[in-house]
Design a protein around this ligand. Structure first.
Ligand SMILES: *Cc1c(COP(=O)(O)O)cnc(C)c1O
Length: 391
């Protein structure tokens, strides 16, 4: 096997989940309990996540995509409706809208923050607009204040795609508040291993509206009136009914047990990520060919991804290959849904041009950031980037 390894034997990975003995213990405890599907661990995880975000309700689901689908369905989004969102996001954002039978209306991003430009949302609003699905891209809080002002004036609900934003904060009424309180009607999180905390696969919805929370719970579990564990632990015989159409979007107790440990460790993960990001910011400032990401004064990102913009005349793919040759893995920045084969004309609408979205896809790359990285490794990455991009 050894001679099949690439020449650079040690590659700094783009990301790596931080899972340790505490997660192992938690899984062992659930396996020994005899109850591994959705049950008491998931209930505790939900209560702890609600307390963490300061939301009244949190409902666990099987993925971030499931959370987005349930959120939009619970708002009654369906055929003939339009939802305003960003094309410059992971495909699940726009696909959740289409899975409801509705039309995504794409608005361009602010090139500095990679988030929806609030000034462009207003002209995109039409008689069919039923929701705004804003994204906290790569963990960076979007301009919720401006978006909510627009939306509330027109009675349009706001769903936050907070898939990447667990642990991020926004300055709100002079205090730092966590993303997911939620500030809009619903926030949707992902616990995929690429995010800041993971359950392998998993997701969470938060809301302050008890009616929405009740709908989430029905939809994630076949519309079932009494979940299996409640029947199992009842001294009386209970039979369930199926009160709505739903899916199996449940999170298992094995996953929830991991999630509870990860949530406890999340503040420490975010602190570490912010230290590494500050090393990057300092070292990249010396490099005119590479632009570091911008954090607005009212935002504290978790740096789920660290995305740098390359000078216009640098070839994205060539830079990525040269970095890989030197031992640094990178990934192309965030994609644009409207450029994908699954998004032919007629399946979406653009409000204005999407040139900043396309430009960001073509000119940005993600460089490594993981809690297990040392500051020396971050400095090595910045040094390689400087060498590769210098002409
Ligand atoms: C990861 C991600 C999702 C999807 O989450 P999954 O848990 O992978 O389904 C949705 N939106 C954004 C912005 C994401 O980054």
């Amino acid at each position: 096997m050894a001679d099949l390894m690439p020449t650079a034997t040690k590659i700094v990975p783009v990301s790596r989940p931080d899972l340790g003995p505490a997660e192992l213990d938690a899984v062992a405890r659930v396996l020994a309990s005899g109850w591994v599907a959705m049950g008491p661990e998931t209930e505790r995880f939900e209560a702890e996540f609600a307390a963490f975000t300061d939301a009244r309700f949190a409902c666990a689901v099987s993925s971030g995509t499931a959370a987005l689908h349930v959120a939009l369905k619970s708002l009654g989004i369906g055929p003939g409706d339009e939802v305003i969102t960003a094309s410059h996001s992971f495909i699940a954002t726009a696909s959740a809208i289409r899975l409801c039978g509705a039309l995504p209306v794409f608005v361009d991003i602010d090139p500095q923050t990679f988030n929806l430009d609030p000034l462009l949302i207003e002209p995109a609003i039409g008689p069919r607009t039923r929701a705004i699905l804003c994204v906290h891209q790569m963990g960076m809080p979007c301009d919720l204040k401006a978006i909510l002002k627009l939306a509330r004036a027109r009675g349009i609900p706001v769903v936050e795609d907070a898939a990447c934003a667990a642990g991020s904060e926004i300055l709100w009424e002079n205090e730092w508040q966590r993303i997911g309180r939620p500030h809009g009607e619903i926030a949707c999180f992902s616990f995929h291993p690429r995010k800041t905390m993971t359950t392998g696969e998993g997701g969470m919805l938060t809301t302050n509206d008890p009616h929405l929370d009740a709908r989430f719970r029905l939809q994630r579990n076949h519309g079932m009136s009494v979940p299996a564990h409640d029947r199992h632990s009842s001294p009386r015989v209970i039979s369930e009914s199926y009160d709505a159409l739903g899916w199996n979007y449940r999170l298992s107790d094995v996953q929830s047990a991991i999630g509870r440990v990860q949530l406890r460790r999340l503040p420490e993960f975010v602190t570490r990520r912010r230290v590494l990001a500050s090393v990057y910011r300092r070292l990249l400032a010396e490099n005119p060919e590479v632009t570091a990401p911008v954090e607005p004064s009212w935002a504290r990102t978790n740096w789920q991804s660290y995305c740098v913009r390359l000078a216009a005349d640098l070839d994205q793919r060539a830079v990525m290959q040269e970095l890989l040759d030197q031992g640094v893995a990178t990934r192309r920045g965030v994609m644009c849904a409207h450029r994908e084969p699954a998004y032919p004309e007629g399946t979406w609408r653009a409000a204005g041009n999407l040139r900043h979205s396309e430009d960001a896809q073509d000119r940005t790359i993600w460089i490594p950031l993981a809690t297990g990285m040392s500051e020396e490794e971050a400095a090595f990455v910045a040094e390689c980037l400087g060498r590769v991009c210098r002409r």
